[in-house]
Design a protein. Sequence first.
Length: 232
Amino acid sequence: MNHNLYFIPILMKALDSSDVERALRQAFRTIRRLGRLPGYKDGYEQFHLFMKEAARACAAKDQELRAAAALVDSLIIAIATDTFPGTDQDKAALLERIRSRPDWQAKFEHIRSDIQPELNTLPPIEITVSRDGVEIEVIAFTHVGETHRVQRIMPGRYVLSLSTGRVLWRGDLGTQDVEWGAAFPEYPVDLAADSDGARGLFTCSFELLSGAITLRIYPGIEAGTLEISWKG
């Protein structure tokens, strides 16, 4: 089990219980208890990031329970759009859990059918890159095989979307993702002397639209580079 995502099966099991509220409260206690054990620190921090993001769309009353439901929606969307950051084993386990619930399965199938035309889309297309709600660049792809790079990627909340408004990816990038010293302290900083960072040493990699697009983050000395490749 990937300890960085240890809380996911715990929450999913609780949400599948006949007494969801009681099960979730127990799940939160379990997640907190495990978070104090060696090897779970990063996973517990990831749990807080997930819950913080989900909570933005929730009312203050019963925030944890509502946030957990929003988290499930986010996970279903991530699996359906091939943007889930876990391992293949995590993806398979999560997909099996989704398919065990008719309502979750219906939502998953609806999202897949909605994006299917885009899975078959060929360039030209435009992808908008936004940070903290502000558009920073629009990338136009005119043919399969193109790669574009966006410089000066600072820590923040990023969203990549098509011109249709369809969100391809959203996520938080921290200093450990975009700054060389935090990402690779074991390597000399002169490897990142150019503005693009050292080729081949990326901190994040995501396959979007069933592998049609690859997104990677390369750290630099003070800021990183976002690379988007259209493989078709």
